[in-house]
Design a protein around this ligand. Structure first.
Ligand SMILES: Cc1cc2nc3c(=O)[nH]c(=O)nc-3n(C[C@H](O)[C@H](O)[C@H](O)COP(=O)(O)O)c2cc1C
Length: 221
């Protein structure tokens, strides 16, 4: 059975990112995948980014997967073996969340072939995607703010493993109750309107994405 792994790079297990990831997961499951979601900010999960141990580059050593032993290592094993991988993150200060960036360092660096950049060390080809959620209102502002420079480049690193895509969810609803926060920059009525009209469409896109990736990927089994 094909395996699909979903990585939530938001600390909020019921936030915008996790909700979209769950829809993508539902799509992949309906298309016949065995699915699993990992919350990177789970309190029981202690890990850091790449520790620069170079175990993944050592001559005769195990290649293509980070072997630094901590709570992330078994998750990286699953990510490397997955047929479908979907990462999700909010934009945090113009970057993917620190949790997802650390995960990406540990996933991507072992695949970088220091002897030949054109031939990454890929144990299993996979279809992948990244889901980004943000306050940013639309794609034009996304590009004007140069978010694409960092966010898209980070997401496109997954292209090492096979075809990859990006799904954006703009202008997300951030607080349960806007009246409790100093956030005059945001109009709650507008945010609620986007949540009720646009976000359901983003959920449909996420569902289709999960289904599409699951159908496109080729399992070795
Ligand atoms: C620390 C922090 C930094 C943020 N920085 C940005 C930013 O640079 N650009 C942006 O559009 N939204 C930014 N946001 C808003 C979040 O990206 C947005 O609310 C997102 O949908 C939250 O995802 P979640 O509901 O999955 O937690 C920031 C939020 C936080 C908490």
């Amino acid at each position: 059975m094909k395996k699909a792994l979903f990585i939530n790079g938001s600390p909020r297990k019921k936030g915008n990112t996790a909700t979209l990831l769950r829809e993508a997961m539902r799509g992949a499951q309906e298309a016949g995948c065995e699915v699993e979601m990992v919350d990177l900010y789970d309190r029981g999960l202690n890990y850091k980014g790449c520790m620069s141990c170079f175990a993944c580059k050592i001559k005769g050593g195990r290649k293509g997967v980070c072997s630094f032993r901590d709570d992330l290592q078994p998750i990286l094993e699953k990510a490397v073996e997955a047929d479908v991988l979907v990462c999700g993150s909010p934009i945090y200060c113009s970057y993917p969340s620190a949790g997802l960036r650390a995960f990406m360092e540990r996933l991507v660096f072992p695949a970088v072939n220091y002897s030949d950049y054109s031939r990454p060390v890929v144990n299993k080809h996979k279809c992948s995607a990244t889901i980004y959620t943000m306050n940013c209102p639309n794609e034009q502002v996304y590009r004007a703010n140069a978010y694409d420079v960092v966010m898209d480049i980070s997401a496109k690193q997954l292209a090492m493993f096979g075809p990859t895509e990006i799904l954006y969810s703009f202008d997300t609803y951030q607080f349960n109750d806007y009246s409790r926060y100093d956030a005059a920059r945001f109009d709650e009525a507008h945010k609620a309107m986007v949540r009720d009209s646009q976000f359901p469409k983003d959920l449909e896109k996420a569902y289709s994405l999960g289904k599409r990736l699951a159908s496109q990927c080729q399992s070795d089994d």
